[in-house]
Design a protein around this ligand. Structure first.
Ligand code: ADP
Length: 269
């Protein structure tokens, strides 16, 4: 079976570094304690996934991550019958495993998934906290250790794929954004292992690039890209080459826009 599904279950031994940006940890803990599902919205590469990994570690819970895509169906989440040498058998999907065994099921970019996933998510996300396996007729009540977390980027230009209000209304929702300059500098320093002077310079560049948001750019420079650039510079790559590969080219396919981004780079280094 190849569904293109990315899935992982991790109980990390080392706490992933996470720079707290506001009251997100308190909100998440409260939601967890009260059995409420959480929705995190925010731009690409701003720390949503890292935050969920951090909270899974803090709460000592296994984490099942599913990177949603436009072909992802309810069966990919719930499970399916497979045919083996000894006949047909049922294999749980990541959502079912998390419900049965306890843990956080994190659906990244949930709005990309097919509409039929809403049918299984709704009863799990409201008071029922129940997963119904249509194919086997089994109904599984989620225990106290199960938590549903979903994320999406509201900036993506796809009107059809916004989250339906009837789904959104079942979640405790948090908005993430790129960190402040001081916070982002610390993140770049720690994640790339660079000195504060270089981290500060890269963050200033990142902020200048973000101000170009409306100049034909679908997305702005993420914290992730700033970390990539810092890592390459640390490894000895000339700054201009690192910024071209990590900051300008990933943001645009249009050569003129890339050149304009590089003009901003040249002002900063
Ligand atoms: P997304 O919002 O797309 O899920 P990620 O959580 O994968 O973004 O963040 C991308 C990278 O940026 C992470 O791997 C991490 O290195 C870094 N990062 C972003 N925000 C933070 C943060 N608040 N604390 C620590 N690292 C962060």
């Amino acid at each position: 079976m190849n569904t293109g599904l990315q899935q992982e279950s991790v109980l990390t031994s080392e706490e992933p570094f996470y720079q707290t940006l506001g009251n997100e940890e308190t909100v998440f803990r409260q939601a967890w304690q009260h059995g409420m599902p959480v929705l995190i919205k925010g731009p690409t590469g701003c720390g949503k996934t890292r935050f969920v990994q951090h909270m899974a570690h803090r709460l000592n819970l296994p984490l099942y991550t599913v990177a949603c895509h436009d072909d992802l169906s309810a069966a990919d989440l719930v499970g399916r019958h497979l045919i083996g040498a000894e006949g047909t058998w049922w294999q749980d999907g990541p959502l079912t495993r998390a419900v049965r065994e306890g843990g956080i099921c994190y659906l990244d970019e949930v709005v990309e998934a097919r509409q039929d996933t809403a049918v299984v998510l709704h009863p799990l996300a409201d008071d029922r906290r129940e997963l119904f396996l249509e194919r086997t007729g089994e109904a599984i009540k989620a225990g106290p250790n199960f938590m549903l977390v979903v994320s999406y980027n509201p900036g993506y230009q796809n009107l059809l794929k916004g989250m339906k209000p009837s789904t959104r209304q079942r979640f405790v929702a948090m908005r993430f954004d790129y960190p402040s300059a001081a916070e982002e500098q610390r993140i770049v320093e720690i994640e790339a292992g660079v000195e504060s002077k270089l981290a500060a310079q890269i963050v200033r560049l990142g902020q200048a690039l973000r101000r170009l948001e409306n100049h034909d750019l679908e997305e702005v420079a993420s914290t992730r890209l700033l970390i990539f650039a810092a890592r390459m510079i640390k490894a000895g790559m000339p700054v201009r080459e690192a910024c071209l590969a990590c900051l300008a080219e990933p943001l645009s396919d249009d050569p003129q826009t890339v050149a304009a981004l590089m003009d901003v780079v040249d002002v900063h280094f």
